[in-house]
Design a protein around this ligand. Sequence first.
Ligand SMILES: Nc1ncnc2c1ncn2[C@@H]1O[C@H](COP(=O)(O)OP(=O)(O)OP(=O)(O)O)[C@@H](O)[C@H]1O
Length: 273
Amino acid sequence: MGAVAMQPDAMQTAVMHPDISIRSISKTFGNNRPVLNGISLEVTPGEMVALIGSSGSGKTTLLRHIAGLTAVDADGGEIEVRDHVLQKGGKVIRDRGKLRARIGLVFQQHNLIDRYSVLTNTLLGAIGRTHCLGGWLCRFNREDQEIARNALSRVGMLEHADRRADQLSGGQQQRVAIARTLTQQASIILADEPIASLDPASAERVMRTLSEINAVDKVTMVISLHQIDFALRYCQRVVAMKQGHIIFDGPRDQFTRHKIVDVYGSDAEMGRV
Ligand SMILES: Nc1ncnc2c1ncn2[C@@H]1O[C@H](COP(=O)(O)OP(=O)(O)OP(=O)(O)O)[C@@H](O)[C@H]1O
């Protein structure tokens, strides 16, 4: 059968439908000022978005809300992931397992279980599809083993499959964490400062790996980064936060020096970012 031409309107709808839809969310811890202050954001399937901002601007808190790990304030807006409400009215939905299974998380640290092998850590990505006795004794089938090995191969870590996680360098650990999201078959990856503690070569490799996954698998990514040069090189879109607000959201070529100074203030003027 020949290819069916998509009408322009249908194409637009398909392209524009967001993977992540955040509507006016707010979060206040205790009696402090809001950490997130009426944030709205839509992320389209396949986008690779850099989330930047000074320390304390709210990046981690925003990522944790998108992951469903932290609830918005009671009157603090709502978040939809892939067309399903993830949280609303101060509550993360009860049946969040299925949605969470679509979201892969990569953090700066504490990504892996030290005493487990690289392969087992990677296989933990498949846990949502597996029966685990008492929540820990999991039997992974041959197909999942294959998926995990393939994921390790893609991030260049297959030769380390049998090593303990705590024997790896920081960059290698991050690549295993990324392999775990591939094994999970996540359609969204949220990465919180994945290269913060890495040397430049390892940082480059981790960002390249994420970028390849974004390009090949069309996985949607939101990545918080402190390094502006990496953000601008690897991410097409920049979202910049300051004191719980989004103060810039646009293509990287519009994120000019002037905007960088708006976001980072004197740090940027001193050349520290
Ligand atoms: N669980 C919490 N309880 C109280 N305050 C919190 C909590 N989590 C975050 N905060 C506060 O929220 C603010 C934003 O923190 P967050 O970690 O989101 O910032 P960030 O932009 O990710 O910073 P960094 O770049 O340093 O990681 C900070 O002032 C922090 O102290």
